[in-house]
Design a protein around this ligand. Structure first.
Ligand code: MSP
Length: 632
């Protein structure tokens, strides 16, 4: 696959500093363009700032500076944040730039000449925060549904874009192109908006009320409504219709936004493009909203999370990995430091970091005497097949912007390679001279698997991926087409690479303040009464089977004496199903049921494990007890 790919983020308002929400969208855009480049596409990634309108004018007045000065300061701040995060945008558009204003005015003139715009009168309830009028239906208790502030009734002469006439066309278009707006929930939301009559759009503001905007080319008593100005950035940044960059990239345009600005992008923008005789974008990709430790990010709560902060504390790659993996594209997600540290330790330090350290150490210490590897066996075939499957799932997921699924697929592969090391035990092969060809086959396979990871991880954790490639001496620009296992037939020189993702030690419980509420809670301990709430019981395993499409999970049917239950356990990497049948294990019997890979699980099997080499053992009984016996 090689083609052309144009991806945009929203242009951010300059009345605010960049925060985690802005960073998320921009990180997604960076990861997606890296992925498409890896796949061979020519890519163009646009971001920038939205600098006109009431919101900015008011913030500047409050700060006692000019609107232009505020825009300059904050636009630079956004840009510095993206640079600090290593986000590789190709262009950074500011709506106060000449190149943008020219295109906006040219398109307005064209629409005016074509009779798409008329002068009318409008009275309505206006929100200064949103910079828009609200219809009676949208107003909640006389207030703005978003800001919850009282709306102001404004009546004025204004220019209108004849948006209403495009309603039928837009409905047909969205119905005819099911993935134009995605995920589907947002497409349905748009079709929902379109069940009500679409009104014409007021696209001007009288200068008597607002000076800070692009003057209408056909009546300079007015400036352009900020959304009409802002949406055109996607076109103006390419030089506008007729520019070779526009002709090249516009047919491949993807927009990336959050759900807050669905309506302007899914309704105003397509109608504007249609009226201007320009093609519609290819896809509008819509993600959900981040909350912070369970709460909406807001200035009044004081929990606005600065855009770069997590990278300063835990590193850019860990930050990227967490947000890309934690949010299911399209749904809301919560950013909590505890969840962040858990993922960092489990997925990055443990699964990936340990594998890289283990494998590079093994290879580096046995490279000198390496010879021709012995024949590949079923173990190598498992790794090769896992690599091919992960690639397939990755490509499928990325075509839908499902970053979390793409990463899950890569981590399945990492799990398979970790199991391969456990099964083949290269350290014991190394002790037997006769096994040298077998050892070399294992080491070559590991080098191949690391090379694969150095490529497929590039879009997500580019720093770590670069280090892996460097350790393997891979100097050419990475290409997805080279991400296969089974290519190497000789051990390449490999450098040891440890500490790729250092573990973050779990935070110590807070030290008890004198007179602190509960001594037990302060010392981080559990009362015996609290422990008693956990219902542990002896369970006999009656049946065990693998969970389809999962390399980690086994489905167990257990008896608790008086009842049978299904319990899904993440132990497939350590136990064959047959080894478990007949064993007496310990389960948590009063855990809330959960569904894992579509299977309802009614409890949890207790097991011990080590962090370092990932060994795991299920708890069994020292003497026989009947199924159902209570464990305390
Ligand atoms: N200037 C307009 C966009 C014009 S595009 C032609 C605007 N700017 S904004 O600064 O408010 O940015 C909104 C965008 O920031 C969202 O669509 C999303 O990309 C990002 N986010 C802001 N808060 C967010 C969360 N809490 N969670 C996820 N993304 C968020 O609207």
């Amino acid at each position: 696959m090689s083609g052309t790919f144009y991806l945009t983020t929203p242009i951010y308002y300059v009345n605010d500093a960049p925060h985690l929400g802005h960073a998320y969208t921009t990180i997604l855009a960076d990861a997606m363009t890296r992925y498409r480049r890896l796949a061979g596409d020519e890519t163009h990634f646009l971001t920038g700032t939205d600098e006109h309108g009431d919101k900015i004018a008011q913030a500047a007045a409050k700060a006692g500076i000019s609107a232009q000065a505020m825009a300059d300061q904050n636009s630079a701040q956004f840009r510095r944040a993206w640079d600090a995060l290593g986000l590789g945008y190709d262009d950074y558009i500011r709506t106060t730039e000449d190149r943008h204003q020219k295109v906006v005015q040219a398109i307005l003139q064209k629409l005016w000449d074509a009779g798409e715009i008329y002068l009318g009168k409008y009275g309505g309830h206006y929100c200064f925060g949103c910079e828009r009028f609200y219809t009676d239906k949208e107003i909640v208790d006389g207030k703005c549904p978003d800001h919850l502030t009282t709306l102001t009734w404004i009546e004025e002469e204004n220019y209108f874009f004849k948006m209403s006439k495009y309603q039928g066309w837009l409905i047909d278009t969205i119905q005819g192109r099911p993935d134009l707006v995605r995920p589907e929930r947002y497409r349905n939301e748009v079709l929902g908006f379109l069940r009500d009559p679409l009104l014409d759009l007021s696209i001007s503001r009288p200068r008597t009320r607002l000076e800070w905007g692009i003057p209408l080319p056909f009546d300079d008593r007015f400036v352009t409504y900020v959304w009409f100005d802002a949406l055109l950035n996607y076109v103006s940044a390419l030089g506008g219709p007729g520019d070779p960059r526009f002709e090249k990239f516009w047919p491949h345009a993807h927009h990336l936004i959050a759900k807050d600005i669905l309506k302007p992008h899914a309704i105003y923008w397509p109608c504007m493009l249609k009226a201007a005789g320009l093609d519609l974008y290819r896809h509008l990709n819509v993600h959900g909203y981040w909350t912070i430790e369970g709460q909406k990010m807001s200035k009044s709560l004081g929990n606005v999370f600065p855009a770069v902060a997590p990278a300063e504390k835990y590193g850019i790659d860990a930050y990227r990995y967490f947000v890309l993996r934690e949010m299911t594209f399209g749904l809301d997600a919560d950013f909590s430091e505890a969840a962040f540290v858990t993922r960092l330790n489990a997925d990055l330090a443990n699964d990936l970091g340990n594998l890289v350290a283990r494998a590079t150490t093994l290879i580096a210490s046995h490279a000198r005497e390496a010879g021709a590897p012995g024949p590949a066996t079923a173990d190598e075939e498992t790794v090769r097949a896992a690599a091919a499957e992960a690639r397939r799932l990755l490509d499928e997921a990325m075509a839908e912007f499902a970053f979390q699924r793409g990463l899950a697929a890569i981590w399945e592969f990492i799990g398979a390679v970790n199991r391969y090391v456990d099964t083949t035990q290269p350290w014991s092969l190394a002790r037997k001279p006769a096994e040298r060809p077998r050892l070399d086959r294992v080491l070559v396979t590991l080098a191949d698997a690391l090379g694969y990871l150095g490529i497929v991880l590039e879009p997500f954790v580019p720093g770590a991926a670069g280090k892996i490639r460097a350790a393997l001496g891979m100097t050419a620009p990475p290409r997805l087409a080279d991400a296969t296992v089974g290519r190497l037939d000789r051990l390449p020189p490999v450098q040891k690479l440890s500490g790729l993702f250092p573990r973050v030690e779990d935070r110590k419980p807070a030290v008890a303040e004198p007179g602190a509420a509960s001594p037990a809670a302060a010392a981080g301990t559990l009362s015996i009464a609290d422990f008693g709430k956990v219902e542990l019981r002896v369970a006999e395993v009656l049946a065990a089977e693998p969970v389809p499409k999962s390399r980690k999970l086994l489905k167990l049917t257990v008896s608790l004496g008086s009842e049978q239950r299904t319990v899904v356990a993440g132990i497939a990497g350590h136990y064959a199903p047959a080894d478990l049948v007949g064993k007496k294990v310990v389960v948590v019997a009063n855990l809330q049921p959960a569904t894992l890979m579509g299977i309802p699980s009614q409890g949890m099997v207790l097991a011990g494990s080590t962090e370092g080499d990932g060994a795991l053992a299920v708890l069994t009984l020292d003497r026989d007890l009947p199924a159902g016996a209570r464990v305390r």
